[in-house]
Design a binder for this molecule. Structure first.
Ligand SMILES: Nc1ncnc2c1ncn2[C@@H]1O[C@H](COP(=O)(O)OP(=O)(O)OP(=O)(O)O)[C@@H](O)[C@H]1O
Length: 305
């Protein structure tokens, strides 16, 4: 697996205040990688190190196979960044604004049309930015970062300040960018729910270190499933199942819940209940959302995203 970003044992302090400690991060190429953490835990600092805007005190930061300290110019040539809140000149049209980027990068004007297409702003290209919604401004900022076909896009909280529609819009766009624009997306967020809907991979940052790093698919697969049963006599049903060796409990909703049940075991549970003469109204085999799982486990430590 080739990596778009790799951080190894990175330390960063401000004065006597350590912010990042032995931070390790591996971002696969062509992933939509969410960097998750509560405010103040070091997301922006990490992003600034990746963009070469600050340097680590110790450890190694590689971006697109290059040491960001020694080969910053070359790494940045293949990277688009959206780090501060986007500021576009309100009196310009989208097309005029993007022409700043194409001129700076000495690219033909056809590049403007390409990035407008990618972010879905083609029909609004002659509108003044002052008339854009926040979501449209954010899409325009993404278009600006996409000029020149970067292999990596680094975004600090790209949905911050957007309304739910704007958020959904940007999430949808981000999740399709690896395919449509051929790049890796690395974005920070403090919303686990957002990550589940958008990303292919995630890392959880807590107190300056990465606490968990995985593909969303692996994480979702590994989530413990629960069989939830609606029966006429929950307490008796739980007792019958416990006698049969199942870890059944009556949950807060008056349903019988059994953790970590395979498909085969679920069949056995149903038979046991019917054989005991109980009536079953509903049986649901479900996994918690990533957010729920995090709140139930890591979140119990008090600082879940
Ligand atoms: N230039 C700086 N000088 C001093 N302290 C800083 C500097 N930049 C960040 N910090 C401190 O480092 C810690 C981490 O900040 P950082 O901005 O990386 O967090 P974050 O996870 O991005 O949170 P937020 O979303 O609130 O910005 C904070 O305590 C912050 O005050």
């Amino acid at each position: 697996m080739s990596l778009a970003i790799e951080l190894r044992a990175v330390d960063k302090s401000f004065g006597h205040h350590p912010v990042l400690r032995q931070l390790d991060l591996q971002v696969p190429e062509r992933s939509v990688f969410a960097f998750l953490g509560n405010n103040g835990h070091g997301k922006s600092t990490t992003i600034r190190l990746i963009a070469g805007l600050a340097h680590a005190d110790a450890g190694n930061v590689q971006v697109l196979g290059r040491d960001i300290r020694r080969e910053r110019e070359q790494a940045l040539a293949d990277m688009g960044c959206l780090i501060e809140a986007p500021s576009a000149y309100p009196n310009l049209t989208a097309h005029e604004f993007l022409s700043i980027a194409t001129r700076l990068k000495r690219l033909p004007a056809t590049e403007i049309g390409r990035v407008l297409d990618v972010v879905g702003l083609q029909v609004d290209r002659r509108q003044r930015i002052a008339h854009f919604s926040l979501g449209m401004k954010q899409r325009l900022a993404l278009a600006f970062a996409l000029v020149g076909k970067p292999r990596l896009l680094v975004l600090d909280e790209p949905t911050n300040g957007l309304d739910p529609d704007g958020m959904q819009d940007i999430r949808r766009l981000l999740s399709t960018l690896p395919e449509r624009a051929g790049c890796t997306i690395f974005f920070s967020s403090h919303l686990l729910d957002e990550v589940e809907k958008t990303a292919t991979h995630m890392a959880v940052l807590r107190s300056g270190s990465v606490r968990l790093q995985a593909s969303i698919r692996d994480l979702t697969r590994a989530l413990p499933s629960v069989l939830s049963l609606d029966v006429d006599a929950p307490a008796r049903a739980a007792a019958v199942l416990q006698a049969g060796g199942h870890a059944a409990v009556v949950d807060g909703a008056g349903r019988v819940a059994i953790a970590d049940v395979t498909r085969e075991a679920a069949g056995q549970v149903h038979r046991t209940l019917l054989d005991a003469g109980l009536t079953m109204f509903e049986s649901v085999h479900r996994k918690p959302s990533l957010e729920q799982w995090f709140l139930d486990t890591a979140g119990a430590e008090g600082d879940a995203p």
